[in-house]
Design a protein around this ligand. Structure first.
Ligand code: ADP
Ligand code: MG
Length: 248
């Protein structure tokens, strides 16, 4: 698989004959921050579902770190190193910000513990560092229920990072956020991208412009075009199907 982190070939997903994904080919190198855009119904969520194993391909293959994912269940794929951040935050509202982060961190560490039963150093530091990265150290002791929507999103992105996945999948992280929070989430993703491979799905074009290095445009279940934000925005096909008649 020539060192690709993710390699998807001729992927088709049919729902009762309707092709939500249609012969889609896509790949990502380790360390990339990739953004996927596309109009409603383009197949973006189905695409993520297929990478995480929630939906199985009708045809075609998904390889992650060189392994064909076809025979693996969703939880196994997660353990292989694919973490997903869903659109709506899923934090424990009655726990503090620090406790939420600690839970995510320890999920990962319980694996390490079985390998190195004595190693216990640094947990507090690691959790504080994660909270610092997501900009929530000052709210570490607040119950998560008191966080604003954007802060919850950042907490959850941090909780995902705490589990050290090789690939982070992030579905519409700024939907419903204020401009200020949108920019903060953007800066967080840019910072995380220095050390992680991240695939972001997003609608908000301003946000995409802020974070994008390489953009892939999905349309009717296939890749319509791929390139820098400037290349994609000036592509006639993209203008016709998407940017030209954007709803929001
Ligand atoms: P996006 O996330 O880009 O808006 P989706 O992946 O959610 O697109 O959906 C792509 C297309 O597949 C849509 O037309 C949607 O109605 C259809 N679709 C998605 N999931 C199912 C399903 N479980 N059964 C039938 N059709 C589906
Ligand atoms: Mg969707």
């Amino acid at each position: 698989m020539s060192g690709k982190l993710l390699a998807i070939e001729n992927l088709t997903v049919s729902f009762d004959g309707f092709k939500a994904l249609n012969n889609l080919t896509f790949s990502m190198d380790p360390g990339e921050l990739r953004v996927i855009i596309g109009p409603n119904g383009a197949g973006k969520t189905t695409f993520l579902d297929t990478i995480t194993g929630k939906t199985k391909p009708t045809q075609g293959t998904v390889h992650f770190k060189g392994q064909n994912l076809a025979k693996f269940k969703e939880h196994t794929i997660a353990k292989m190193g694919i973490g997903r951040k869903f659109q709506t935050p899923r934090v424990y509202l009655n726990l503090s910000v620090r406790e939420n982060m600690g839970l995510a961190y320890n999920q990962q560490k319980s694996l390490l513990k079985t390998l190195f039963p004595k190693s216990n150093g640094g947990e507090k530091d690691d959790i504080a560092q994660l909270l610092e990265i997501v900009g929530l150290l000052g709210k570490a002791n607040s119950p998560a229920s008191l966080l604003a929507h954007g802060e919850k999103q950042r907490l959850e992105i941090g909780m995902l990072v705490a589990q050290s996945p090789d690939l982070l999948l992030v579905d519409e992280p700024v939907a419903g956020l204020t401009d200020e929070e949108t920019e903060k989430v953007g800066n967080l993703l840019i910072q995380l991208a220095k050390k992680h491979s991240i695939l972001v799905i997003e609608h908000d074009m301003e946000f995409v412009r802020q974070i994008a290095q390489k953009v892939t445009v999905l349309h009717e279940g296939s890749v319509l075009c791929e390139g820098t934000m400037d290349e994609v925005q000036s592509d006639r096909r993209v203008i016709d199907v998407y940017l030209g008649n954007q709803e929001d």
